[in-house]
Design a binder for this molecule. Sequence first.
Ligand code: SDX
Length: 435
Amino acid sequence: MSSKATGSITVTMEGSNKSAKLPLLGGTLGPQVADIRKLYGELGIFTYDPGYGATASCESTITYIDGDEGVLLYRGYPIEQLAEQSSFLEVAYLLLNGELPNKAQYAEFDKGVTRHTMLHEQLRRFFEGFRRDAHPMAVMCGVVGAMAAFYHDNLDINDPEQRRIAAFRLIAKVPTIAAWAYKYSVGQPLVYPRNDLSYAENFLYMLNGVPAEPWVNNPILSRAMDRILILHADHEQNASTSTVRLAGSTGANPFACIAAGIAALWGPAHGGANEAVLKMLAEIGSPENIPQFISEVKDKNSHTKLMGFGHRVYKNFDPRAKIMKETCHEVLAELGIKDEPLLDMAMEMERIALSDDYFISRKLYPNVDFYSGIILKAMGIPTSMFTVLFAVARTVGWVSQWKELIEDPSQRIGRPRQIYTGAPARDFVAMDKRG
Ligand code: SDX
């Protein structure tokens, strides 16, 4: 399916008789777009949209978000149904291939991913080059990027079979790299993947297992992990996905492109928000300090944000936040945690914020990061690993979006323009002649 012409708009420059007729394009769902590719040629002007809040950078068939209605679809399937009825690996197949797999397709895909979970033994030594207290996202950037050193030579990204293997390698190895980054940081032996476990079980096993005793899977926790991975798998053209696409548009090695995505995700305004939410709640300390904190957030000079709140696209509840909140209650109940102060504080903060005009008028609601940290902390995952987990899940989305870009015959190297406001042309002045 590709976009279709749905009409046109005419842009006229006031004070001159110059105008340009721009086609309107429509997709399956969502707003039409004005195709401005001819604008510079016809009117000699660029468009200006810092942060790309109103700019469609590509055509995509993968994920659809309706921010006003709080809708999120992966290949047309509502996130609520996938989180409830599917598994992360089945969702990975869906995002990569466009359709849900039949039994045979799923079995082959599961086998393909399972067969690629181990790392080249020389990659182990990369971990020893880091300080033990390095942030695991720094390790992820380094080691995933280093995968290019192991697979670059025989990788022809224009060969579908080689793209398929690269996709398997990334989806399968990123959990191993993530778990090893954690194990290295705590000085425990690196735990090799097990082919008899599911994707989520294997990740929890490599994170928590030790050679000294058998590891026992808790099906409630591995189900919760699987659901958290589903919720984070893809999200349209967010900052890190756009980074992957821009790097991919140059023909760069997919391992280098995913490493670029990991770097972009690390920022606290993006994937780093889940870690920042826990730090924010810890700094607030207790529910009676919430009103003071909210006043600080509303004071522009404080530059304080309510982390886990707000979203560029969602101007309604982030559907993932709702599912995350439900999962939070399930996991705490399963773990026998009756009163989790952080959850009580988060819920009280949500109640206060959602009744305060500052947040209502700006349509600021909890996003996917607001509750995820509380679940992960209850599951024993250290705060420094929260964004790493987000990267593990989003690797499927990044790889799917990269694959779509490479397979798009109309794709070109990404190269935005600018408004230049610097110095006009001027001649060089020798040092002894300067003021
Ligand atoms: C993710 O894009 C994606 O899809 C991302 C993601 C994905 O799955 O890939 O969904 C994952 O990144 C979720 C977002 C996680 N980030 C946070 O929780 C950090 C806190 N949120 C904000 O930094 C902010 O809401 C952003 C970055 C998420 C969105 O910023 P925008 O779209 O640029 O919005 P804005 O800064 O223009 O805000 C509009 C107004 C401003 O106030 P005014 O200037 O109009 O007075 O809302 C205010 C902002 O100051 N505002 C907040 C706020 N977020 C926006 N005020 C307080 N706390 C906040 N969290």
